[in-house]
Design a protein. Structure first.
Length: 96
């Protein structure tokens, strides 16, 4: 049930890990999850890991979320900068 999962990820982004695969591809739901816990990006469907706005939200919450972003975003200067601002160690996940 989408509404139930939406409420759950608003409380705890990690709840996305228990969602059915179609819900892991729901942009609004994943955005709510990564706002609460950037690490929730790891559970998102692959196309959402390439969504720049969504990845920016994730790395602002948890710089290590950069490790789950699509490769082109690991080379995006703004995305990497936001990740490093949140956690300096995130630089290790940036593209060379």
């Amino acid at each position: 049930d989408r509404e139930l999962v939406l409420e759950a990820v608003r409380q705890n982004g990690h709840a996305l890990s228990f969602a059915a695969d179609p819900l892991k591809a729901d942009r609004e739901l994943v955005l709510e999850a990564v706002r609460k816990d950037g690490h929730a990006l790891s559970y998102a469907a692959d196309p959402l890991k390439a969504d720049r706005e969504l990845v920016l939200e994730a790395v602002r919450q948890n710089g290590h979320a950069l490790s789950f972003a699509a490769d082109p975003l690991k080379a995006d200067r703004e995305v990497v900068l936001e990740a490093v601002r949140q956690n300096g160690h995130a630089l290790s996940f940036a593209a060379d």
